[in-house]
Design a protein around this ligand. Structure first.
Ligand code: CA
Length: 112
């Protein structure tokens, strides 16, 4: 099924309306695999790519918060405050590093 396939040259061209070299596509896939491969399968599926692209577009339109329910905003707020350890209202590099290190440790412990 097309929706569940992997990102290909033709799909990239359809989304961005521009062609891309094989090397550039490989670079992008490698970046996306690190940042968007939610199930850690080692490959970015079309759905994983499309979801993160949709989030990016909503964010660029400042429409992300209006796409969330009240509960989802509260959840996001809770997570943000748990990462922002010193309560400064912003997440520093070291706070982000701690968060991802802890999450990676949890994933390993949970066999994920
Ligand atoms: Ca902070």
């Amino acid at each position: 099924m097309a929706e569940h396939g992997l990102l290909t040259h033709s799909r990239y061209k359809r989304v961005y309306a521009e062609d891309i070299s094989t090397a550039e596509l490989a670079d992008k896939l490698s970046f996306w695999a690190r940042t968007r491969d939610k199930d850690k399968s080692g490959e970015v599926t079309w759905m994983e790519y499309a979801e993160s692209k949709a989030l990016l577009i909503l964010d660029q339109r400042n429409a992300l918060s209006s796409a969330l329910t009240k509960d989802e905003i509260e959840d996001a707020d809770l997570v943000f405050r748990s990462i922002d350890r010193d309560g400064s209202g912003s997440i520093s590099e070291s706070e982000a590093r701690d968060f991802f290190a802890e999450r990676a440790k949890r994933d390993v412990e949970n066999g994920g």
